[in-house]
Design a protein around this ligand. Structure first.
Ligand code: ATP
Ligand code: MG
Length: 231
């Protein structure tokens, strides 16, 4: 389980995430929705350790990791798919996935086989350069690269950004499958409400760095959330 308590994150003097607390459970998807500039990426970066929080705690299975660098947090079981995907465009698809593997993992071949069975398109394109894939394929590649690190918690920052509806549906189906198959806790930021409703067990709305609303699956107040997301 991942637990975030009283997290404050700042760029220099400017605090953009204020006193955020939530818990993410195994086999559950926690979605954080909010408009542009509300602090979604900043919050995700501070959970994986790309940015160190100013104060507050990030705890995974009882271990506080908020002072650890991001490599060490990956070792503790947190994986991160950044906004805009950021795959290695000059490396092949296969090399991109391999880059996510823990070099000490005893079951590398199984993990690669698993990744290709989840994403057939990546197997077909395994020799191609990552930069030559479509946006949707790159998103799948970024998810595959994150999953081969065998995470307990998978963080996805706006995975549907710039992706066509049919691939969005594929990603939703996949996330619903793997959260159960791999006992994963998934934390996702989003602006696309239909996708979020397809996957979320719990939903928060972030505005100016604060959670201002939360709903659980089955009682999601769509009209209210649409209001928060409209510009
Ligand atoms: N490196 C940075 N230095 C200073 N301010 C930053 C930096 N990155 C983001 N910000 C500011 O922090 C605030 C939150 O940005 P953040 O990227 O977390 O928003 P977001 O919700 O992810 O937005 P989007 O939906 O556009 O990705 C914004 O006001 C942004 O301008
Ligand atoms: Mg963002």
């Amino acid at each position: 389980m991942l637990s975030i308590k009283n997290l404050h994150v700042a760029y220099g003097q400017s605090e953009v995430v204020h006193d955020i607390s939530f818990e993410a459970q195994p086999r559950q998807v926690t979605a954080i929705m909010g408009k542009n500039g509300m602090g979604k990426s900043t919050l995700m970066k501070s959970i994986i350790g790309v940015i160190q929080p100013k104060s507050g705690s990030v705890t995974i299975d009882g271990t506080e990791v908020q002072d650890w660098d991001s490599c060490k947090r990956v070792g503790a079981g947190i994986a991160y798919v950044p906004q805009g995907r950021q795959i290695f465009s000059k490396l092949t698809v296969e090399e991109n996935i391999l880059s996510g593997l823990n070099p000490r993992s005893p079951n590398k071949a199984d993990l690669m086989r698993d990744a290709y069975s989840m994403f057939n398109v990546l197997y077909d394109m395994r020799k191609r350069k990552g930069g030559n894939l479509s946006g949707g394929q790159q998103q799948q590649l970024a998810i595959a690269r994150a999953l081969v690190s065998e995470p307990k918690v998978l963080i996805l920052d706006e995975p549907t950004e710039g992706i066509q509806p049919s691939i969005i549906k594929d990603i939703a189906r996949l996330l619903n499958q793997i959260k159960l198959a791999k006992n994963l806790s998934i934390i996702v930021t989003e602006q696309v409400l239909s996708f979020t409703i397809d996957i979320a067990d719990h939903m928060y709305v972030i505005e100016s760095g604060r959670f201002i609303h939360s709903d659980d699956k089955g009682s999601i107040n769509e009209e209210k959330i649409k209001g928060y997301l409209s510009v």
